[in-house]
Design a binder for this molecule. Structure first.
Ligand SMILES: Nc1ncnc2c1ncn2[C@@H]1O[C@H](COP(=O)(O)OP(=O)(O)OP(=O)(O)O)[C@@H](O)[C@H]1O
Ligand SMILES: [Mg+2]
Length: 374
């Protein structure tokens, strides 16, 4: 169910200078993840990520959207180094961390990048009080200090996430779902990260408390300049919270751009389908189930789009060129063979590779197979 939000409050002027400096806090290049599938002796694999490029600037919130199974969590888990990518680079301050810490993420890496999961209850061991989780995080990362400093830091963390310090004595089951997710965020904040990867942090919460968590995430960005990857199915909350939206389909990013521009002018058929499902009072007739069904049918019947699920089709066989959409200031691009840039904007193709001819035969069998099995 969508979070009922439509307007985006602007950050306070004083806080603006902390947000979005040009340098990427985190950059991912050509990230590939294959999962082994089949039995013990099988060599089959499923390609969950097919070469993802994504950059998040300092103080920027990027929403990653896409339907179930598109690879959103796999991308976050690879970035958090909970999964080992098959290929590609993860750059922090321009350094490829996969080369530097080859086998597992270093403590330094974890102190710069933290993950918040969908299920706050699952990530908090029920036998411990809240104080334990926060103290452990602070201690592990050398931020506990003296007992007095630790006490002050614990109180401060609770206040930052909108909880009262007396809740430090509570057990997870004594808190509501929203309060537990605030604890999970406080635990991530304890290490003073530069980037938070939040994988559907509100999807298990009651609609009435979701907005509070989204506002907390926004405050953390505005006041502490933390960058975020916000994974969600809910385009309304992505519009509310994120500066940019990246759309993932079958393990690949197919469209990305400034949030409001992307939602107002979706260029990829898959994005249009996602957008058509969002009730929006500002768009008259935006949620017409018949129109949506017709759109889905049209996309599925499309003769030259991987979105129809036919692995023999062109998007599966050849890499579509990235096209800029609209005003360059919106950094909006789409990767789709169906997209036709305006005639006056022939130079809008962002990629160096030319378009393949329509009768091009599949050039990369493994890619085709992986798409078929994914
Ligand atoms: N550990 C695993 N082993 C094998 N396949 C996996 C594993 N984890 C994910 N996959 C596969 O990778 C693909 C992407 O899964 P992922 O969980 O990243 O999707 P998602 O976009 O997060 O979906 P959802 O919105 O439902 O959370 C799916 O086809 C999934 O079955
Ligand atoms: Mg997921």
């Amino acid at each position: 169910m969508s979070t009922p939000v439509s307007a985006r409050p602007a950050p306070a002027a004083k806080e603006q200078d902390l947000t979005q400096t040009g340098a990427p806090a985190l950059e991912v290049k050509g990230l590939v993840k294959d999962f082994h599938s089949g039995g013990l002796f099988s060599r089959a694999s499923v390609r969950a990520l097919g070469g993802v490029d994504l950059a998040i600037r300092k103080g920027e919130i990027v929403a990653l959207v896409g339907e179930s199974g598109s690879g959103k969590s796999t991308l976050a888990r690879c970035i958090a180094r909970l999964e080992k990518p098959t290929a590609g680079q993860i750059l922090i301050d321009g350094t490829d961390v996969l080369k530097r810490d080859r086998f597992q993420a270093s403590r330094e890496y974890r102190s710069r990048l933290q993950m918040v999961f969908q299920d706050p209850f699952g990530s908090l061991n029920p036998v411990h009080r809240i104080e334990h989780f926060l103290t452990r995080s602070l201690t592990l990362h050398g931020k506990a200090g003296t007992p007095d400093q630790l006490r002050r830091r614990l109180d401060e963390l609770m206040t930052t996430v909108g909880l009262t310090p007396d809740m430090l004595n509570s057990y997870p089951h004594e808190l509501s779902g929203g309060q537990r997710q605030r604890v999970a965020i406080a635990r991530a904040l304890a290490v003073e990260p530069e980037v938070i990867l939040a994988d559907e942090p509100t999807s298990m919460l009651d609609v009435s408390v979701r907005i509070g968590i989204l506002n907390l995430m926004r405050q953390l960005r505005d006041k502490q300049g933390i960058s975020m990857l916000y994974i969600t199915h809910d385009l309304a909350s992505a519009r509310y919270l994120a500066d940019r939206i990246a759309v993932m389909f079958a393990g690949e990013l197919v469209e990305e751009g400034e949030s409001l521009d992307l939602l107002a002018n979706p260029a990829h058929p898959y994005t249009r389908l996602l957008v058509s499902a969002v009730p929006d009072p500002a768009r008259t007739g935006s949620y017409d189930p018949h129109e949506r069904a017709a759109l889905r049918a049209a996309v599925m019947e499309s003769a030259s789009c991987a979105f129809d699920g036919d692995a023999e089709q062109r998007c599966s066989a050849t890499e579509p060129v990235r096209h800029r959409v609209g005003d360059p200031a919106n950094e909006h691009w789409v990767r789709c063979h169906l997209y036709r840039p305006p005639a006056t904007a022939a130079s809008h193709a962002l990629s160096a590779e030319p378009l393949e001819s329509p009768d091009a035969s599949p050039t990369d069998d493994s890619r085709t197979e992986n798409k078929a099995s994914a």
